[in-house]
Ligand binder design. Structure first.
Ligand code: NHF
Length: 462
């Protein structure tokens, strides 16, 4: 018999209410896809003041939690299938500075989520049969819930683990013995929140099969490896399952199809180049956070190698913001190649849409990429990806089919990839075949939502 699938999906961001990165997109779109296949999926995120100011959702009630020596009130607000938890001291803003403060903030959130299940039962006679946690911000939930409700923890990026002082356990009234695993591989005074989540969750998943393989085999130097290995050894479940993300076709509602894309691309490219003051050349874009992970250092070196030889080879438009040193580096490249390179140092969703629609290629030189959404969005807009052979990029791009792959962290690999793309761009028929294949690749949530549903059922039956 299929068990009742009432799933609470938890994270620190969800589109359209609040977005910092790809997790926000997933929490905005996966629940919708699950609801379409009869999973009663509901979402909880914090009610940051920025959300409150913009939306002013109705309050459906409140409850108390004991956090350290204090009794704190948690307000519950609702919009459709999304619940927002409010507390002025801990959940007002995501910009809490200081690693212990941030850990305390999400310890508070996690405890509030655990207590929410009693609140919602009383209020709406609804009770989750499974809690789906996402990333380190939700890593205390499996520990606090103690298997009363099965939990799935999805890792969207293993490099953010939530480190801090073990004193947070006192705030949660959790005894040290409960987290004794933390003594393996990390100093006793420290807690690794994601690590604890990995150990205590009923099941662990991540956002692509290749990343699942990478994190269970290549993290030797990182203490997180001990947690993953321990889980594997304990034979706790089916290992770390990799399910590729989908994208929301309602948001990324490209009008391009196999028959019409050429006309649309031409028009959008003309508008894009005009607004940027660039001449008509093959145009490559980059969209993303300016963080080390995203490999902008590799990209600027490749741009230099290409443009120093031939000023007319291509245009490059880079969009994103992040680390000041990386921003400085890309600005320098834009200054050196004033006729070809443009940089927009703020994340702007509207401009991102224009770039996807108007550029010919998107460059994704990530050092690692758990899933990556931009390659899928780009393909919807007839923009071919040139990406590192890693994680979800490897799982969604077929080299020479719907895009190009190169060995990660290799400048010469990227230069060759760009040269190959330029050559194919000149030979019209090959290029058109590739764009057609990109447009025809299905990146909707249909397949992956079914895989999540199956995983939920397996967890509930195990
Ligand atoms: O797509 C959503 C996103 C991923 O690769 C991305 C990442 C963060 O690094 O799952 O999470």
């Amino acid at each position: 018999m299929t068990p009742a699938l009432r799933v609470l999906i938890i994270g620190y961001e969800a589109v359209p209410f609040f977005k910092c990165g790809g997790l926000g997109d997933v929490l905005g779109s996966l629940p919708k896809a699950l609801r379409e296949i009869n999973v009663d999926a509901r979402v909880i995120i914090p009610y940051y003041l920025d959300i409150e100011k913009k939306y002013k959702f109705p309050k459906i009630g409140e409850y108390s939690i004991v956090f350290g020596g204090d009794i704190e009130r948690v307000g519950v607000y609702e919009s459709g299938h999304v619940y927002f938890l409010s507390n002025r001291k801990y959940l007002a803003s995501i910009n809490t500075r200081g690693r212990n403060k941030k850990i305390d903030q999400f310890a508070f959130f996690d405890l509030a989520v655990v207590e929410f299940s009693s609140f919602i039962l009383e209020k709406k006679k609804w009770y989750p049969t499974l809690i789906h946690c996402n990333d380190w911000h939700t890593g205390f939930i499996p520990l606090l819930i103690e298997q009363r409700i099965p939990t799935l923890l999805t890792i969207h990026n293993l490099n953010y683990q939530g480190w801090g002082s073990r004193e947070v356990l006192d705030l949660l009234h959790v005894k040290d013995e409960k987290v004794k695993e933390l003594r393996r591989g990390v100093p006793v005074s420290e807690i690794n929140v994601l690590g604890e989540g990995i150990l205590h969750a009923t099941a662990v998943s991540t956002v692509s099969p290749s990343y699942a393989h990478e994190i269970t085999s290549n993290y030797d130097g990182d203490p997180i490896h001990l947690y993953l290995k321990r889980r594997e050894k304990a034979g706790k479940d089916h290992g770390v399952k990799g399910i590729i993300n989908g994208i929301d076709y309602a948001t990324w509602n490209s009008k391009y199809d196999v028959a019409s894309w050429e006309k649309g691309k031409k028009k959008n490219k003309e508008m894009l180049l005009k607004s940027m003051g660039l001449s008509d050349r093959p145009t490559f874009c980059f969209i993303g956070r300016m963080a080390r992970q995203k490999g902008l250092d590799i990209l600027v070196r490749a741009i230099d190698k290409i443009l120093s030889k031939d000023k007319n080879a291509a245009n490059f438009i880079l969009l994103g913001s992040g680390m000041p040193a990386i921003e400085k580096m890309v600005k320098k490249t834009a200054n050196t190649y004033k006729d070809n390179v443009r940089v927009e140092l703020s994340y702007n969703e509207e401009f991102a849409h224009k770039l996807y629609a108007g550029a010919d290629f998107i460059v994704i030189p990530s050092r690692y990429e758990p899933c990556g959404l931009i390659q899928m969005i780009a393909m919807r807009y007839a923009t071919l990806p040139i990406a590192s052979k890693t994680g979800g990029l490897k799982d969604t791009i077929s080299h020479g089919g719907n895009g190009f792959l190169f060995e990660k962290e290799s400048v010469s690999g990227l230069v060759n990839g760009i040269k190959k793309a330029l050559a194919i761009y000149q030979s019209h028929s090959h290029y058109k075949r590739m764009v057609k294949s990109a447009l025809q690749t299905d990146f909707s949530w249909n397949k992956s939502a079914l895989l999540y549903k199956k995983l939920y059922i397996d967890i509930l039956n195990s």
